[in-house]
Design a protein around this ligand. Structure first.
Ligand code: ADP
Ligand code: GLC
Length: 484
C-alpha cells in the first residue's frame, strides 16, 4: 500500500487518514500488508528503525540516486511501514509545497518515490500480489510494474485509487525519460495530455483496477462537471472502475475514547458534549452561551470545499443568533477574508488559520452542527466524523457527502443532517438556517437526529472487504493478460 502521506506520520488531508487506517483493516482480514511512504523532514528518524543497506534508484539521464530506508509500525497494529529517505527530495518542510507554492521538482520527487517502491520490494524480498497506489504521486506504479520492473514483478497486479481528480500531476513530457518505460506510452490514450505527461491519466490506463472513494463520485467523474478533463478517459476505463466508500478509524474519532477533547461522552450520556462546547467557546473567545447554535468548519481553504460560498453567506449568517468557528488554511484570500470577519464579529465568529489535529477533534466534539458545503467531494471524512460526535452535518448534495448523509425529513423524523443541492450562497444560507431553526424550535427532533447519527457505523471492515474483492479482480485480470 503506497501513498505520499500516511497518518499519523504525515498528513495534509484525507488521503493520510485512509492510508493510516485501510492497511490495518486489511491486515485484520489476514492480508500481509506493507505500507511505503517518503520520510519527510518532520518524521523523526530517531523514532524509526534503520534498515541496513541502501536503495539504488535509476532516474534516466539524471543517473542513479541512492535512498536510505527506515521502518516502523502503524500505531496499534503489526502493519509494517517503510520510509524512503532521500535528503534532497524529502528533507524539506512541506510535503508538496512551500507555503502554497508547489515544489518545482514534484515530478522527479514522486517518480523517484514510485521507483523506489520496487527497489524496496527487491531489497526486502517481497513480491506482492497487488500494489495499491493512491493519487497522482504514485500513479506511475501501474506502468512501472508492467515495463521497467515487469520482469521481477510479472505476477504483481496494480490498483489505483483516485482520491481527487483535481490534482492529476500534469508535468513536462521529459518525465517519460525519467520513467524509463519507453516513449510509446506517451500517447493520448495513455500518458499524453495536450503535449504534457499526465500521471493520473497514465495510471488509470495501466492499472488493473481503478477505484474511487464513493459510489456517487465514481459516477460523477464520468461527466464534464467533475471529470477535470479526464471524463472521456474515465468512461473508456469504466469497466474496471469501482466506488468504495471510505471508513472511519473509530479508535481515533469517537467521543467515547477521544483523549483530545475536554470531556468524553456517548449517545447515552451527552453531558460531556456541552462541556466540549463550553471548552471551544472559551478557547476561541466566543460568548459563553449554552443556548446558542454553534457551527463548526474544519478543512482546507480551497475552492473544492465551497469556501467561496461560505465567504459570500457569512455576514448574513452572522446577523442571526448563532456562532461559527472555522479551522483551516490554504488560499490566502480566504485566510485574510475570514481573519477580517473574525476581527469584526468577535464573540460570534472565530478562526484558527493553520493545521491542528487537536483543534479539529475539539471542534467536532463541541459544535452542534458541522458545515461542509463542498462543490465536489470524492468522499469527505469530516462529515462522517461529525456523525460519530453527534454534530449534525450541513452538506451539499455531491459525491461522498450525498452518499453518507441522509437529509432530515421532519414528517417521518428520518435523516441525520441538512442537505442542499444548488452551489449557491443563497442555498447554503437557507440550509444553515434550517438547521439552526431545528436546533431552537424542534430540539426533540434535533436530539433524536443526534442519537441516530451517533448510532451509524462506517467501519473500515466493510470497505476492506470491498477492496479484497477488487484485489482479487485485479489479480485475475493480470493473470489472464499474461496468458494472452
Ligand atoms: P480532503 O482530503 O479533501 O482535505 P477529507 O474530509 O477527506 O478532505 O479529509 C480531511 C482531513 O484533514 C480530516 O481528517 C480533517 O480533520 C483534516 N483537516 C483538514 N484541515 C485541517 C486543519 N486545518 N487542521 C487539522 N485537521 C485538518
Ligand atoms: C481526497 C478527497 C476527499 C477524500 C479523501 C480521502 O482528498 O478530497 O473527499 O475523503 O481524499 O479519500
Amino acid at each position: 500500500f503506497v501513498a505520499s502521506e500516511v497518518a499519523p506520520f504525515a498528513k495534509t488531508g484525507g488521503l493520510a487518514d485512509v492510508a493510516g487506517a485501510l492497511p490495518k483493516a486489511l491486515s485484520e482480514m489476514g492480508h500481509n500488508v506493507v505500507v511505503v511512504m517518503p520520510r519527510y523532514y518532520a518524521i523523526d528518524k530517531s523514532k524509526l528503525a534503520h534498515i541496513e543497506g541502501s536503495l539504488c534508484v535509476s532516474m534516466g539521464f539524471m543517473g542513479e540516486l541512492w535512498a536510505g530506508v527506515y521502518s516502523s509500525k502503524l500505531p496499534n497494529s503489526d502493519v509494517l511501514i517503510y520510509f524512503i529517505d532521500h535528503e534532497e527530495y524529502f528533507g524539506r518542510g512541506g510535503l508538496y509545497d512551500h507555503f502554497g507554492e508547489a515544489y518545482m521538482d514534484n515530478d522527479n520527487r514522486f517518480i523517484f518515490f514510485s521507483k523506489s517502491i520496487f527497489e524496496l520490494c527487491k531489497m526486502i524480498g517481497f513480491k506482492p500480489d497487488v500494489i495499491h497506489a493512491n493519487d497522482w504521486h504514485t500513479a506511475a506504479v501501474p506502468l512501472l510494474a508492467q515495463t521497467r520492473f515487469g520482469q521481477d514483478f510479472s505476477d504483481t497486479a496494480t490498483v489505483l485509487t483516485l482520491h481527487n481528480l483535481e490534482h492529476q500531476g500534469i508535468i513536462f513530457k521529459g518525465a517519460m525519460d525519467i520513467l524509463e518505460s519507453g516513449w510509446e506510452h506517451f500517447r493520448p490514450e495513455a500518458y499524453e495530455s495536450v503535449g504534457h505527461v499526465n500521471m493520473l491519466k497514465g495510471g488509470i490506463a495501466y492499472a488493473d483496477a481503478v477505484t474511487t472513494v464513493s459510489r456517487r463520485y465514481a459516477q460523477e467523474i464520468k461527466t464534464s462537471e467533475f471529470g477535470f478533463g479526464l471524463e472521456s478517459h474515465i468512461r473508456a476505463h469504466a469497466y474496471k472502475l469501482f466506488g468504495i466508500l471510505n471508513g472511519v478509524d473509530y479508535s481515533e474519532w469517537s467521543p467515547q475514547k477521544d483523549d483530545k477533547i475536554t470531556s468524553k461522552y456517548s449517545s447515552k450520556d451527552m453531558k460531556g458534549k456541552l462541556l466540549c462546547k463550553r471548552d471551544i467557546q472559551k478557547y476561541f473567545n466566543l460568548e459563553q452561551r449554552d443556548d446558542v447554535a454553534l457551527i463548526g468548519f474544519v478543512g482546507r481553504f480551497a475552492k473544492q470545499k465551497g469556501i467561496e460560498l461560505v465567504a459570500e453567506a457569512i455576514e448574513g449568517l452572522l446577523a442571526q443568533n448563532l456562532q461559527i468557528v472555522m479551522l483551516g488554511a490554504g488560499e490566502k484570500w480566504a485566510e485574510g477574508f475570514f481573519s477580517h470577519i473574525a476581527a469584526r464579529y468577535g464573540g460570534k465568529f472565530a478562526l484558527h488559520v493553520g493545521y491542528s489535529d487537536d483543534l479539529a477533534h475539539k471542534i467536532e466534539a463541541g459544535s452542534d452542527m458541522f458545515l461542509m458545503p463542498s462543490l465536489f467531494e470524492p468522499c469527505g471524512l469530516n462529515q462522517i466524523y461529525s456523525l460519530a460526535y453527534g454534530t449534525l452535518p450541513i452538506v451539499r448534495k455531491t459525491g461522498g457527502l450525498d452518499d453518507t448523509i441522509e437529509n432530515f425529513d421532519e414528517a417521518s423524523n428520518r435523516g441525520c443532517g441538512f442537505k442542499f443541492e444548488s452551489a449557491s450562497a443563497h442555498a447554503l444560507y437557507h440550509t444553515v438556517m434550517w438547521g439552526v431553526q431545528t436546533y431552537y424550535n424542534n430540539p426533540k427532533a434535533f436530539k433524536e437526529m443526534q442519537k441516530r447519527a451517533m448510532g451509524m457505523h462506517f467501519g473500515w471492515d466493510d470497505a476492506a472487504q470491498s477492496y479484497d474483492d477488487v484485489y482479487r479482480y485485479a489479480i485475475y485480470k493480470k493473470r489472464v493478460s499474461k496468458l494472452q
